[in-house]
Write a protein that binds this ligand. Structure first.
Ligand code: XMP
Length: 317
């Protein structure tokens, strides 16, 4: 019978045998899979695991700093890389969703390749691939955050020549969470909603600017903070806000305003393949909407997405 305890014990032992004194490099995302995978490898080989966490400038508000600190607290050998300007530069002027995804994927590869080169004599690439990724290794929407799905992006970066170690590739998501709990990983990380690799770039419809990212980060933080405050976070499979490429008329005192519209999206789902819009309480939506309009400069209208998938995908791009 499978238990997370025996899996952990067996896997650490296997990793120790397989890796010996070799060095492993791994990109972490703050998500469940890469965190659990890295923790297993860390238990096996300690400081010979080199973790890299890239700030692409498209994460949630304060997420880079918070996640970096939790990784440091966990004792991981982690390097945070501020690549915001590189990503913004590569995204400059792009509005097509697939073009944005490609630019982000390529930028990530460039940064990771550069960082991997700084580690002398590294032999392995660690990945948080789980069983469903093995079956369906390329997302229908194009390159995802995982390094694997970028095999077809062009010339093979050097880190692709590394041997691959994927300790979770036989597990389903709920088993990964169970393993994470056995390893003592913070529940806040384990119960985190999924977040797309291209981050807020595919929630800002149209082109990306730092100003738009900053606005969306504030809106998103109010929405997600509200879900936590109202104890609704765990009832929702995924939630986020979209910055729409339209402005709408409003009034403030005697003044007429012409400002941005944001859409809130929250869904229930089992695996993200199909999804229903979450029937969140009206009082909650009212509070969040008021908070957003009062606190986020430049936004005067909030709408709630009541579309299910199919046909409406979870992300708007
Ligand atoms: P959709 O929008 O297709 O999303 O209903 C289903 C799930 O996939 C995530 N998603 C992505 N994840 N790279 C990713 O890593 C992507 O390009 C991407 N597009 C969508 C989405 O957040 C949801 O969890």
């Amino acid at each position: 019978d499978w238990t997370s305890e025996s899996f952990v014990e067996h896997t650490i032992e296997q990793l120790r045998k397989k890796l010996g004194n070799d060095k492993v490099v791994m990109a972490l995302s703050g998500g469940v899979d890469s965190t659990v995978a890295a923790t297993l490898v860390h238990h096996a080989i300690g400081q010979n695991l080199y973790c890299i966490f890239v700030d692409n400038g498209l994460l949630r508000k304060d997420e880079f700093e918070q996640v970096l600190h939790s990784y440091q607290d966990m004792g991981l050998n982690i390097k945070g890389v501020d690549s915001k300007s590189h990503f913004y530069q590569q995204l400059d002027g792009l509005s097509d969703p697939e073009a944005k995804r490609k630019a982000i994927g390529k930028s990530f590869i460039d940064i990771f390749d550069q960082e991997a080169h700084l580690i002398e004599d590294v032999k392995w690439l660690g990945q948080g691939t789980i069983y469903p990724d093995v079956i369906e290794s390329v997302s229908v929407k194009g390159p995802s955050a995982t390094i694997k799905s970028h095999h077809n992006v062009g010339g093979l970066p050097d880190f692709m020549k590394l041997k691959v170690v994927e300790p979770l590739n036989t597990l389903f998501k709920d088993e990964v969470r169970a393993v994470g709990r056995t390893l003592g990983i913070d529940e806040k990380i384990l119960s985190r909603h999924p977040f797309p690799g291209p981050g807020l770039a595919i929630r800002i419809l149209g082109d990306i600017t730092e100003e738009k990212v900053a606005i969306l980060q504030e809106v998103d933080a109010i929405f997600i903070g509200g879900l936590r405050k109202w104890d609704l976070y765990k009832d929702v499979w995924q939630a986020g806000a979209m910055l729409l490429p339209v402005q709408s008329v409003g009034v403030m005192g005697d003044e007429r305003t012409y400002e941005r519209v944001v859409a809130l999206r929250a869904v229930t789902s089992v695996d993200g393949m199909t999804a229903d819009w979450a029937h969140l309480p009206y009082d909650f939506l009212a509070e969040v909407s008021n908070d957003i309009i009062n606190k986020v400069k430049g936004v005067n209208r909030v709408v709630y997405d009541i579309s299910s998938k199919p046909p409406a995908t979870i992300e708007w791009e």
